[in-house]
Design a protein around this ligand. Structure first.
Ligand code: HEC
Length: 146
């Protein structure tokens, strides 16, 4: 037996433990919560509005389209987009009345998304929520607090 064999075994053991150590060190690193800076909007309000308009028009088209087998998916996805954009929208102004109106649109959109994803979606509720959503946009547009 050559003298190199124990050396080889020792090296293999070291390599194995190094690999294990690296893997576990990485796992620990991934578990550390990341410190994020405070949220800061990066685009203009009018760009959010373009997103809102695309979303609400897509829902308006999908809502009565019984032939579209993806209509509930579209309604739920666009409602969620409006909800999240509204969430961001609340960070664009510092006036409480404005923030409340932005949040209200978001809450209605969130409920609409959930309603569309229900096992047996309540179609009357979807229509009512759509009217409420549409009205919530106009409420802010017509407001002096805008
Ligand atoms: C909390 C207030 C608020 C809510 C809620 C709101 N908007 Fe707006 N919207 C604005 C403001 C402010 C402007 C003017 C933006 C600008 O030009 O800076 C605007 C403008 C718009 C415009 C004109 C486009 C443009 O480029 O300015 C559209 C379209 C629009 N909104 C759609 C919507 C839709 C659809 C909703 C509801 C899903 C909605 N908005 C909800 C505040 C709001």
């Amino acid at each position: 037996m050559s003298a190199a064999r124990p050396l080889f075994v020792a090296l293999a053991v070291i390599a194995l433990f190094s690999a294990l150590w690296c893997t576990s060190a990485q796992a620990v690193k991934q578990e550390q919560p990341v410190e994020l800076p405070p949220f800061k909007p990066t685009v203009r309000v009018s760009s959010l509005m373009t997103g809102f308009a695309t979303g609400i028009n897509s829902i308006r088209d999908a809502l009565p389209d019984a032939d579209d087998e993806n209509r509930l998916h579209k309604i739920s996805a666009w409602s969620d987009v409006i909800a999240e954009l509204s969430n961001v929208h609340t960070r664009h102004r510092k006036k409480q009345a404005y923030i409340d109106m932005a949040a209200n649109t978001g809450a209605i959109a969130l409920e609409m998304g959930r309603t569309a994803r229900a096992e047996i979606p309540d179609e009357d509720k979807l229509r009512t929520l759509f009217t409420k959503l549409d009205t919530s946009c106009a409420t802010c547009h017509d407001s002096d607090d805008k």
